[in-house]
Design a protein around this ligand. Structure first.
Ligand SMILES: Cc1ncc(COP(=O)(O)O)c(C=O)c1O
Length: 415
């Protein structure tokens, strides 16, 4: 069984010294509160070149903070891409807004003005543009449309922290940018999230909301930090080969599921049961964020280069579809397209070659129970999530490994 050279589905990206920061925060009683939150949000705002940044406990909590601070009229419609992380429209629904779904570009999975505009009505309060998988939307055109139609533009940058369009950071083109620092993103901070806000009035409301917002207990924050650090350790390629990989192989042999996370309706149910609230970013998370900002641009650049190597290695392979490369795509995940009925065959083939891959957590929201009957524009009904495999291209993996992934895919395509 291959143990050396195995490749995890996602490699958690923590900065050097994270364990020391975690233990130090616990010993000094600085897990929940302390100066790192202010220091981090100030540094993040400077890096984004935006006037205001506020922290939250997760990306979804940051979105809740954004909607509360925007204070749209009750019952307003919010336009989402139909193919997205389904927790986001659920946040809007819980807050009493009406999610409306617009089609996405079948090549990029992103939305442009041509998808959004036909769905704008008198009731539209906002549009959430998601820079999916790290590829920027045509955000300048979307911003122009939203300005012209007087609707708020929010940017979901959970996959796009550090992406620039024309030199300007995404998340700063609209009214509010939303970021996630969860373990599977490019800038994990033992969990956490943030919003970037352009207007002083929205910033004042966000500050006020946070003054009375709760924070997770020190115990659960420390436990979460430790769990993310363990996942960092287990996703180092050598450790992965000795621990998770043999387990995955065993599951594959027994025909069991490959340790997949909850998706679709199950994910939404889990979220609703979690008592969704706007919660504050913790000092521990801010302390990791401060360190992450020193590394994130180099990290994104490394993922971009690895993705180019993989794309080049797959040139001419017609059984898979590579994501179109474009400008400042940072490939938080590399979404490889494959016919729905062939996806599992490819996934199992790669796992036998030591390469783990991931089902996507994104979903066609029009197919999910809470959103049945919601307005959707005219669209291709293909079930998008079943046609994608996410591949890790993080720079913890060498170029040689990227070429190995390409070779294994070519081998499958020729079989
Ligand atoms: C596109 C997108 N938006 C928002 C989120 C929410 O982030 P968090 O998990 O930190 O709440 C996610 C999480 O996976 C996501 O993929």
């Amino acid at each position: 069984m291959a143990i050396i050279g195995t490749i995890p589905r996602r490699a958690v990206n923590l900065p050097p010294g994270s364990l020391a920061t975690l233990l130090g925060s616990i010993v000094r009683g600085r897990v929940q509160d302390g100066p790192a939150v202010e220091a981090f949000t100030t540094k993040f705002a400077r890096w984004l070149d935006t006037p205001h940044v506020f922290g939250a406990s997760t990306g979804r909590s940051a979105f809740q903070l954004a909607l509360e601070a925007l204070d749209l009229p009750a019952g307003s419609e919010i336009i989402f891409p139909v193919f997205t992380f389904p927790v986001m429209p659920m946040v809007a629904k819980i807050l009493g807004y009406e999610p409306v779904f617009c089609p996405v570009d079948p090549q990029t999975w992103n939305v442009g003005p041509e998808h959004v505009e036909p769905l704008i009505t008198e009731k539209t309060g906002a549009v959430l543009a998601t820079h999916l998988f790290g590829r920027p939307c045509p955000i300048e055109d979307l911003a122009a449309l939203c300005r012209e139609r007087d609707v708020r533009l929010l940017e979901d940058c959970a996959h796009a922290c550090g992406v620039r369009v024309g030199g300007r950071q995404v998340g700063t083109f609209g009214d509010v940018g939303i970021y996630s620092f969860a373990q599977g993103k490019n800038m994990p901070c033992f969990g956490g999230g943030a919003i970037a806000v352009a207007s002083d009035a929205v910033a004042r409301r966000a500050r006020k909301i946070l003054e009375s917002a709760p924070i997770d207990s020190a115990g659960s924050l420390a436990k979460q930090g430790l769990s993310v650090w363990i996942k960092w350790l287990v996703t180092r390629p050598l450790v992965f080969g000795l621990t998770a990989y043999p387990l995955l192989k065993l599951k594959q042999m027994l025909g069991k599921d490959l340790m997949d996370s909850a998706v679709g309706d199950d994910l939404i149910e889990k979220f609703v049961r979690s008592d969704p609230k706007t919660r504050r970013l913790a000092n521990l998370q801010g302390a990791i964020g401060l360190r992450q900002l020193d590394h994130i641009d180099a990290f994104n650049q490394g993922a971009h280069q690895n993705a180019q190597v993989l794309t080049e290695g797959l040139a001419g392979v017609t059984r898979v579809r590579v994501p179109p490369s474009h400008g400042d795509h940072i490939y938080v995940y590399y979404p490889l397209g494959v016919d729905a009925q062939e996806r599992d065959s490819l996934r199992h083939h790669l796992l036998r070659r030591g390469i783990d891959t991931k089902r996507t957590d994104m979903a066609d929201c029009s197919q999910l129970a809470p959103f049945r009957g919601a307005e959707t524009g005219a669209r291709d009904p293909e079930p998008a999530e079943a046609t994608l495999l996410e591949i890790c291209v993080y720079p913890v993996l060498s170029e040689r490994k990227m070429r190995r992934i390409a070779k294994a895919i070519r081998e499958w395509a020729a079989s």
